[in-house]
Design a protein around this ligand. Structure first.
Ligand SMILES: [Cu+2]
Length: 151
């Protein structure tokens, strides 16, 4: 019903965006060598396949405390949490959809002592998610803020 036509409109919009993007790439190639080129650094952020680049968020634990209580990430890009346990007791990273703690999205392998691990969270929609250490939910928690990347 409504969702079907909304989906059709969305796919038309997506196709138009892809065409516009291709047009921009084509025109930037055409002007190669001119002084007002896009800086080289910004070109590498556009993967040729359209696959979004992963982003790595660093999080460590010392004295049963996370290194931060706010993590930030871009929407739509796979998230990797580079987790480091610097304690001799067990910690991990788990993620809830929000503070209601009704929908758990990720449960990270427990690290029983010092060590590092990369948790592959996947891409998320914009929102304010809640992260915790499973054995210490009452004292070890924070928020992961996912937002649309700056244009
Ligand atoms: Cu813990």
């Amino acid at each position: 019903m409504l969702s079907a036509s909304a989906g059709r409109i969305l796919s038309i919009v997506m196709r138009a965006l892809i065409l516009v993007t291709l047009g921009m790439i084509a025109s930037s190639c055409g002007s190669a060598g001119s002084s007002d080129d896009i800086p080289a650094g910004s070109q590498s952020s556009v993967a040729p396949t359209g696959t979004p680049e992963p982003q790595t968020l660093e999080l460590s634990v010392t004295d049963a405390m996370f290194s931060t209580d706010v993590l930030e990430a871009d929407a739509g890009r796979p998230i990797i949490v580079a987790f480091s346990n610097e304690d001799s007791i067990v910690h991990n990273f788990q993620l809830w959809r929000d503070d209601s703690r009704e929908e758990k999205l990720f449960f990270g392998e427990l690290l029983d002592g010092p060590g590092t691990i990369e948790y592959e969270i996947g891409a998320l929609e914009p929102g304010t998610y809640r992260f915790e250490c499973h054995p210490h939910v009452a004292t070890m928690f924070g928020h992961l803020i996912v937002a649309e990347p700056e244009p």
